[in-house]
Write a protein that binds this ligand. Structure first.
Ligand code: NAP
Length: 142
C-alpha cells in the first residue's frame, strides 16, 4: 500500500520510519528537502510537492508544526487540495485549532467527489499495522 507523509520533523520522521519498517511503500515530502533524503536511506521515495505525494498515495499523513503549516500544505500551489479525490484519505495529525481543521474539512467537502477530512479516514488502516498504536514517533525496535 502506498502511504504519503508530509512533514519530517521530530515526530514525522520517526513515524515515517515506522511505516517503512512495517512494510508500507512511503513517499515523503518536507519543506526542507535534506530531511527527505534521510528517509530515502530507509527506503522512502521523495514527492516533489504535497500534491505529488497525494497523487501517488492512497493515504497521506501530515505531521506539521502548526496551523499555518497545515493550511499551507493544503491550500498553496501544488498542495494537497489539487490531488485529493474519492478513494484517497488525508490524515492530519498536526496539532491545530478547530478553525483550521474545520476550514480544511469544509474545503474538501465542498468539492464534488472529494473526501471529507477525518470522516473518510479509514482507521482500520492505522490499527492493522500492529498490535500497538503504530503511527507514533516511538522507536518500535526497542
Ligand atoms: N499527534 C500526536 O500524538 C503528536 C505528538 C507530538 C507532537 N505533535 C504535534 O505534531 C506536530 C509536529 O511536531 P514535531 O515535534 O515533529 O515538530 P518539528 O520537529 O518542529 O517539525 C515540524 C515540521 O513542520 C514543518 N513545517 C513547519 N512550518 C511549515 C510550513 N510553513 N510549511 C510546511 N512545513 C512546515 C517542518 O518543516 P521543516 O523541516 O522545513 O522546518 C517540519 O517538518 C506539532 O503540531 C506537534 O504539536 C503531535
Amino acid at each position: 500500500m502506498e502511504v504519503g507523509f508530509l512533514g519530517l520533523g521530530i515526530m514525522g520522521k520517526a513515524m515515517a520510519v515506522n511505516l517503512l519498517r512495517s512494510g508500507f511503500r512511503v513517499t515523503v515530502w518536507n519543506r526542507t528537502l535534506p530531511k527527505c533524503e534521510e528517509l530515502v536511506e530507509h527506503g522512502a521515495s521523495i514527492g516533489e510537492s504535497p500534491a505529488a505525494v497525494v497523487r501517488k498515495s492512497k493515504y497521506t499523513i501530515a505531521m506539521l508544526a502548526d496551523p499555518r503549516a497545515a493550511l499551507s500544505v493544503v491550500f498553496e500551489k501544488d498542495g494537497v487540495l489539487e490531488q485529493i479525490c474519492e478513494g484517497k484519505d488525508y490524515i492530519d495529525m498536526s496539532t491545530v485549532d478547530v478553525d483550521t481543521s474545520s476550514k480544511i474539512n469544509e474545503e474538501f467537502s465542498s468539492h464534488r467527489n472529494r473526501v471529507s477530512l477525518l470522516k473518510m479516514c479509514d482507521s482500520r488502516f492505522l490499527l492493522s499495522l500492529s498490535d500497538e498504536w503504530p503511527v507514533t514517533g516511538r522507536d518500535r525496535t526497542r
